[in-house]
Design a protein around this ligand. Structure first.
Ligand SMILES: CC(C)(COP(=O)(O)OP(=O)(O)OC[C@H]1O[C@@H](n2cnc3c(N)ncnc32)[C@H](O)[C@@H]1OP(=O)(O)O)[C@@H](O)C(=O)NCCC(=O)NCCS
Length: 205
């Protein structure tokens, strides 16, 4: 039960309170974004996110979904040659304050705790990692798959875990990688498939 009057009109995401006019507004917003993304930006994720205010350096490879950069993409900066794997999620605000938010006089309906995220040049964010508000990664750092990153990742460092901890320095990881790598692999998908299926299954698949 609330102990005071809300300081702002109920936001659109509060269930059961949406009027017909609200629904139309939501629909119009979705249509506008879809037009911008698929017609104006021709489905190019980087071009669309740049138009949404995200700073993205040259040769960045963003494999996460547009939605995974959150509701404030304009609070995210991605450096040159950064890779973001599928399923990585960027969090730039603290929704947990909903528990007490409406008791704070003068508070925003969107909360009042936001912080930018920076991924500096030549860094890599692993599959399904979660990057929390205020975090800076890199440059030349790696966030392991499935990590929860709550504090800065120093330059040239590999982190992993939930929450993430330092696993090793970049040069150690590179040394290990070179020792374990499969030499002579093709840069063409079809040939790579043949090479790897023969190696692991004993036949081309
Ligand atoms: C983080 C990473 C770079 C580490 O690689 P690595 O050093 O070769 O990893 P290893 O298998 O030698 O493991 C080294 C240690 O790190 C731990 N570790 C490895 N990956 C981890 C991860 N993602 N989260 C937490 N711990 C991890 C291992 O458990 C091991 O710990 P131990 O020494 O206590 O046994 C790699 O595991 C990773 O997550 N790469 C990203 C993969 C990805 O997202 N691919 C997307 C395709 S686009």
């Amino acid at each position: 039960m609330s102990t005071g009057a809300p300081s702002a009109p109920a936001p659109l995401w509060v269930s059961g309170q949406r009027s017909a006019a609200d629904s139309l507004r939501v629909l119009a917003g979705r249509a506008r974004r879809a037009f911008l993304r698929w017609v104006v930006c021709r489905g190019d994720t980087v071009a669309y996110l740049r138009r949404q205010g995200m700073r993205i350096g040259p040769h960045a490879a963003l494999l996460a979904r547009v939605e995974d950069f959150g509701t404030e993409p304009w609070l995210i900066e991605i450096g040159a040659r950064v890779s973001v794997a599928a399923g990585a999620v960027f969090v730039t605000h603290d929704g947990a304050s909903r528990v007490f938010r409406e008791r704070i006089a003068g508070g925003s309906a969107f909360g009042n705790a936001f912080a930018p995220i920076r991924v500096l040049d030549d860094s890599m964010i692993g599959l399904r990692a979660i990057i929390m508000p205020g975090v800076t990664v890199g440059p030349r750092s790696i966030v392991g798959a499935g990590s929860l990153v709550t504090s800065d990742v120093p330059p040239e460092t590999v982190v992993g875990g939930f929450p993430a901890r330092v696993l090793c320095r970049l040069d150690e990881y590179e040394r290990k990688y070179r020792d374990r790598m499969i030499p002579g692999l093709s840069s063409h998908r079809g040939e790579l498939r043949r090479q790897l299926t023969e190696r692991f299954w004993g036949e081309a698949r």
